[in-house]
Design a protein around this ligand. Sequence first.
Ligand code: 5AD
Ligand code: SF4
Length: 438
Amino acid sequence: MKKLHIETYGCQMNVADSEVVASILSPYYTITDSLREADLILLNTCSVRDNAEQRIRKRLRELASLKKKNKNLLLGLLGCMAERIKEQLLEQEKALDFIAGPDAYRSLPQLIEGASLGNTSFNVLLSEKETYDDIDPVRYDSNGISAFIAIMRGCNNFCSYCVVPYTRGRERSREPKTIIEEAQNLFEKGFREVTLLGQNVNSYYWKDVLSNMDFADLVEKIAQISPLLRVRYATSHPKDISDKLLLIMAKYPNVCHYIHLPVQSGSNNMLKKMNRVYSREYYLERIRKIKEILPDCAISTDIIAGFCGETEQDHQDTLNLMKEVGYEYAFMFKYSVREGTKAAEKFEDDITEELKIKRLEEIIALQQQLSLESNKRDIGKTVTVLVEGISKRSDEYLFGRNSQNKVCVFPKKHYKIGDYVEVKIVKCTAGTLIGEAL
Ligand code: 5AD
Ligand code: SF4
């Protein structure tokens, strides 16, 4: 059989999509880690920021040299960048044989065949229905313990800075029966953790003659598969994270006490321009509710520094909101204009690169401090760790995560991957808890 090498960039959804692609191509290709062995190389790409795209273009140039050595090698580009730039990409990047957008993966066998006959082939049609719900993803790069399950696709939020609604199309939910079966099968194969994925999981909704399900109902169903199966989810939009969901999280100990709740900015002016449709006060009220119902819940966020017109006061509002929440973790970015978005059309990208960098650095330094403080509060506590692998630093140590999604390392002893281990935390860094198995 021919060999396929896939490289995945961007978000967890792309990781899940690459597993769907591996499944669609499994009658023709087996997966290889090696670039040299590959008959087909696929890059599953991200457009969320310009530097993500620049990185991928650089990678394409590196891979072009492989095509000189192997005349039969095919190179395809998938995902958000294919969707954003469309067929012009084939003109700009001569090494590419074909491209496929996020809803076009079922047509990959035809696209590949066309490309192998020397035709330029592309499919960037978006669908209102495609959820790949009948496809059993091939978990080709898995630790055998944790897996992603895509429960919906697309996005209807149209945050003004964001390209995703244009690259992934309209929001659509996947039939619950197929999600529950996928989770059940994973559990039976030995997996112990599933992360339910969507751009905005809180607006998951399914209605048919048999069922009427929102996201909280779905989480409950997955939690009921087994107390030994951990359930996580990402990403939540603050505008519709419900008390019902928080109560389900409190009811089932296997639903992890960790919420990724992107705030983007602490300033109402910025939130309005970003079209986030919540205020700082509303966001903080949601945080208060999370802490009331789930006192030990960890919270992480996404933050954009230097959005259009951001004043020093707006930036200070972000810093003081971060302190008020006390985030465990944050993904932090400089604003990057994306062509075609509302912000690109309506607002000037008027914060200098220098100032964006300065503000981002201040945000990162503060988060480092908050993460360290949060980890220090865990010293002396006993936490339950699901073991994911051998520590990178030493093969005498295992690593895994606790319910709060914090990475914990501890001496291996007789424990193995997939075990739940009670670990007493004795030390920490800003990124890791270090403990002893009890
Ligand atoms: N510039 C910078 N960051 C962005 N994000 C999305 N679009 C942009 C952009 N144009 C960030 C947001 C989002 C995360 C996935 O990426 O914080 O939550
Ligand atoms: Fe990147 Fe967003 Fe597309 Fe994910 S959905 S690959 S983060 S642009």
